[in-house]
Design a protein. Sequence first.
Length: 287
Amino acid sequence: MKIFVYALAIFALLPNRIIFAIPCGKITGPEEAQSVKQICYETDGHYWTVLVIATQLKIPEAKAIAFSAEYPDNIINSDGYCVRTRYTFMYPKAQRKIHALTGGNPEKEKLISLNMFKEAKTAREKGIAAHRLGDSFAHINDKKGRMYPHLIGHTFQWKEPDKIKHNSSKYLMYVCELIAAFGGPDAQVDMSVFNYVADAGLSSDTNSAILKAEYNLLNHSLAFNIEKDQVSAVERYLKFRLCTEMGSYAIYSSTDRKKRVTTTVILTNISYTTTLQSENSSSSAAK
């Protein structure tokens, strides 16, 4: 019976949001990444949220931690695009250990995840702990007050609980726990981008583009690329985030011989500072 249920779960997942791990060759930009889908808290909640928090806290191995936080779901390249979706959703042990799909008490699962943080020594261990902490929030069945179970997980939950827009308050609680886990109870970060993402109710891909813009602002980058269909959303965010005194930006698009479009955001004269707020800040960014 267990084998039947497990096979049914895998079959049901395929047409929904999860595809088998198919190598896509070398992905060099957003156009090649569009065919690869993400699972769990998705790349916005796992990779980009972890990366922005760790960068603000000036953790040296921020990128390595973020890579490991996304690794149970996807392999990410150096520019933040998904190269390949992984198989971990197929294994009951990984479902319980990494994805918090236990059917158990949510508070207990959060404690388990936070204890993993305390014991983590390497960037990889910290990233896996961050992934499980995210799933300790995303994989709560609010109707039952329990975690989703292993094997079938939330396959038949068409609301897609892993999407931030479907439970933004839960996302902000995850962010606060993540800040404290990385930096201690007195750690402070600028919550503007997280409040913005929570308030805006956008797609996971758009959230990722916005968080990517914030990451590049934090790093005083000269330029970064985005998917062409995320230009308007990133422009709105940059207008919200930057004032005239802080600098300006330009957006440039080019098409290569294979008709692939590369869209680059060029940041000019940026003098960017963050507004520190405690992880318990209740301030909310305007849409």
